[in-house]
Design a protein around this ligand. Structure first.
Ligand code: UGA
Length: 429
């Protein structure tokens, strides 16, 4: 099938590449001429495990091409995916101006029937607006269908999530685009849920908000564990083995971040408000999340007494493992708060140091994770990169002027750390 993807950010590039890998003929469009040039020359604008190899393979096979011309993309394919950013506005609502302008460009470029699929995360009822816009700006006789097809990709696991999805959600307002959508997703062997457009749009925000709620729930339990002597990992294990609850997304942490959960929570609260519902439950999810960071910072300052003038090593800058993305990263927020309190920082991240460099100034970037604690008063773990579990703890202990570790991701066994001579403070244990 011929497919065009408009927008080559995380979602668009992964989607386009994985469609090509599934055998489709894909054109990826981006208005950023430099990004298109990088991709055409075989470069990668982002780090995402497994993606670079798939891009190269599918470009070489002639199934994947990049252009900065929307017109060209719209002419080339019958099915056009919109995967442009939908950033947050200061009041928590969603800026839909990119969606609107792409809808107009599609309308202007249409030469026959088109299926316009929205993959960007948008408020419920956006599909109706996209349809209205295409109708208003397109030639009167041209037919089209609007489809909602939200993405559920996790950064760092996006290729894996795309190739083996739990489900594919397709929201339609008529039967006409259904066969094409089923054909597009046939290579991925996942249940395809056909529903109405409003429900599909709601599924995305409802799913992300529920996952954020699960994290805040376990973070709230971590407070009770610390106050009572329980172990949050044991509680999560015992809860998660109930198949109605499930064990995933029950890892207590210094709070969730990234470009999705914080933004989607605010958006969903705002959407609910416009629909006349006060989503107090989700406001509490936000409150617990920021309180979790406050508690972690307090744990550090309570232990060190005075943070000013202390030298601290920080492992992890990305908002989670397997990515170089530092947008809304709890690790960066933590660094900034420690800097504001007067600490000097030595930091390391396996992938995110370049991107962190643009926002985190006056810190020492250390290339080797085992050297980050050198001469520091304490070491802090802020991101759950799997390689941090293989830290040379003996060397870290020798390097630290005091053997103190604050672990915001519960990577190590507290008893073992004590045996190794560390004062080890983690979350909810
Ligand atoms: C999230 C969803 O998981 C995807 O399904 C969705 O498609 C995506 O948002 C999106 O809307 O585009 P992502 O933001 O990439 O994906 O990252 P997650 O793996 O969900 O992690 C989000 C945050 O929660 C991270 O800061 C992570 O460290 C934290 N987290 C996650 C926890 O603190 N505890 C957990 O148990 C799980």
């Amino acid at each position: 099938m011929k497919i065009t993807i408009i927008g080559t950010g995380y979602v668009g590039l992964v989607t386009g590449t994985c469609f090509a890998e599934g055998g489709h003929e894909v054109t990826c469009v981006d208005s950023d001429v430099n990004k298109v040039k990088v991709l055409q020359e075989g470069g990668m604008p982002i780090y995402e495990p497994g993606l670079a190899g798939l891009v190269q393979k599918n470009v070489a096979a002639g199934r994947l091409a990049f252009t900065s011309s929307t017109q060209e993309g719209v002419e080339r394919s019958e099915v056009i995916f919109i995967a442009v950013p939908t950033p947050a506005l200061p009041d928590g609502s969603v800026d839909l101006s990119y969606i609107e302008s792409v809808s107009r460009d599609i309308a202007a470029g249409m030469t026959g029937y088109r299926i316009v699929v929205d993959k960007s995360t948008v408020p419920v009822k956006t599909g109706e607006k996209v349809a209205e816009t295409i109708k208003r700006y397109g030639k009167p006789q041209l037919e089209f269908d609007v489809v909602s097809n939200p993405e559920f990709l996790r950064e760092g696991f996006a290729v894996e999530d795309f190739m083996k999805p739990d489900r594919v959600v397709v929201g339609v307002s008529s039967q006409r685009p259904v066969a094409a959508m089923q054909e597009i997703y046939a290579p991925y062997q996942a249940p395809v849920i056909i529903t109405d457009i409003n429900s599909a749009e709601l599924i995305k925000h409802a799913a992300n908000s529920f996952l954020a709620l699960k994290i805040s729930y376990i973070n709230a339990i971590s407070v009770l564990c610390e106050a009572s002597g329980g172990n949050v990992q044991e509680v999560a294990r015992g809860m998660g083995m109930d198949s109605r609850i499930g064990g995933k997304f029950l890892e207590a942490s210094l709070g969730f971040g990234g470009s999705c959960f914080p933004k989607d929570l605010s958006a969903f609260i705002h959407i609910a408000e416009t629909l006349g519902y006060n989503f107090g439950l989700l406001k509490e999810v936000q409150r617990i999340n920021s309180a979790q960071m406050d508690r972690f910072v307090k744990k550090i300052s309570d232990t060190l007494w005075i943070v000013k003038g202390k030298s601290l090593g920080v492992l992890g800058l990305a908002f989670k493992q397997n990515t170089d993305d530092v947008r809304n990263s709890p690790a960066i927020e933590l660094c900034q708060r420690l800097q504001a309190a007067g600490a000097r920082l030595r930091v390391h991240d396996p992938q995110a140091m370049e991107k962190a460099g643009a926002i985190l100034k006056e810190v020492t970037y250390v290339a080797d994770m085992n050297e980050v604690a050198e001469g520091c008063d304490a070491l802090i773990i802020a991101t759950e990169w799997p390689e941090f579990k293989r830290l040379d703890l003996e060397r870290v202990r020798r390097g630290l002027s005091h053997p103190i570790i604050f672990d915001g991701r519960n990577l190590f066994d507290p008893a073992e750390m004590e045996r190794l001579g560390f004062l080890y403070k983690s979350i909810g244990r």
